[in-house]
Design a protein. Structure first.
Length: 255
C-alpha cells in the first residue's frame, strides 16, 4: 500500500509540474510568439495561455517603447572637422513575429544600425549644419533607420541628437569666425547707413536747388542753433554776390 501511495504521489507531482509548465500569463504590454515543434504557429496574449509542454515553446516580446542610447560616434563632417556625436533612439515592436523570426537580436541589430546611420548621415553635412539644423538631421536619421527596421517589425518613433562635442581648437576657431562675422555685419550696416544718409542729402540738395530761399532759411536756422551756446565763435561768410559787387566797384574806381 505504501508503495502504491508513493507511486500515486510521484505521478501527481509530475502531473502538477507539467501542468504548471504549460501555463503562461502575459501582461497587457506583452505578446507571446508561439512555436509548435519548431514551426511558427501564431502570436498569443495578453492574458492566460495554455501550452503543450515539450511540444510548444513561447518567446515573450515587450511592446512598450524602448529608449536606446546610441554610444558616442566619431564623425568627420563634410568640411573635414572631427566631432563626437551621441544620440538617443526611441522605438517599439509592432510585429512580434517578425522581431523574433526575421532577426536574431532586434535590440542589438537596431543599436548597430543606429550607430552606422548616425555616422553616415552626419558625415554628409558640415559642422554648422550639425549645430544649427538638428531637427532636420533627426528627421533624416529617423526616416533611414525606420525604413530598414520595418522588415524586422520595428517602428522607430523618434531620434534625438543629444550632443556634438568638438575640440578646443575648433571652439576657438568658431569663436573667431563668429566675431569676424559680427564685425562684417556691423561694417555693412554702417556702410548702408552712410549710403542712405548720403542719398537723403542729395535729395535735400536737389530740393533746395529748386527753391533758393530754402537755403537762406536753413542758413538762418543753423545760426540760431549755434547762437544758443555762448562759447561758440560765429564767423559770417560774405555772400558771393556782395563780393562780386565790391570787385566791380573797385574796378570802376581805378578806372
Amino acid at each position: 500500500m505504501l508503495i502504491n501511495y508513493a507511486v500515486y504521489l510521484v505521478i501527481a507531482v509530475l502531473a502538477l509540474s507539467i501542468f504548471a509548465s504549460a501555463i503562461r500569463v502575459l501582461r497587457e504590454y506583452e505578446r507571446g510568439v508561439m512555436f509548435t515543434l519548431g514551426r511558427f504557429t501564431g502570436v498569443s496574449g495578453p492574458g492566460f495561455i495554455l501550452m503543450l509542454p515539450y511540444i510548444q515553446q513561447m518567446v515573450r516580446v515587450d511592446l512598450r517603447v524602448v529608449v536606446l542610447d546610441v554610444p558616442s560616434q566619431d564623425v568627420i563632417s563634410r568640411d573635414n572637422v572631427s566631432v563626437k556625436v551621441n544620440a538617443v533612439l526611441y522605438f517599439r515592436v509592432v510585429d512580434p513575429d517578425k522581431a523574433i523570426i526575421q532577426v536574431e537580436n532586434f535590440m542589438q541589430a537596431t543599436s548597430q544600425l543606429a550607430q552606422t546611420t548616425l555616422r553616415s548621415v552626419l558625415g554628409k553635412h558640415q559642422l554648422d549644419e550639425m549645430l544649427a539644423e538638428r531637427d532636420k538631421l533627426n528627421a533624416d536619421i529617423q526616416e533611414i533607420i525606420d525604413l530598414q527596421t520595418e522588415t524586422w517589425g520595428i517602428k522607430v518613433t523618434n531620434v534625438e541628437i543629444k550632443q556634438v562635442d568638438i575640440s578646443e581648437n575648433m571652439i576657438r576657431a568658431i569663436a573667431k569666425q563668429a566675431e569676424a562675422e559680427r564685425i562684417r555685419r556691423a561694417k555693412i550696416i554702417n556702410a548702408e547707413g552712410e549710403q542712405q544718409a548720403a542719398q537723403k542729402l542729395v535729395e535735400a540738395a536737389e530740393q533746395m536747388a529748386q527753391a533758393p530761399g530754402s537755403m537762406q532759411l536753413r542758413y538762418l536756422f543753423s545760426l540760431q542753433d549755434i547762437a544758443t551756446d555762448r562759447s561758440n565763435v560765429i564767423v559770417l561768410p560774405l555772400p558771393t554776390d556782395l563780393l562780386h559787387a565790391l570787385s566791380h566797384f573797385s574796378k570802376a574806381d581805378k578806372a
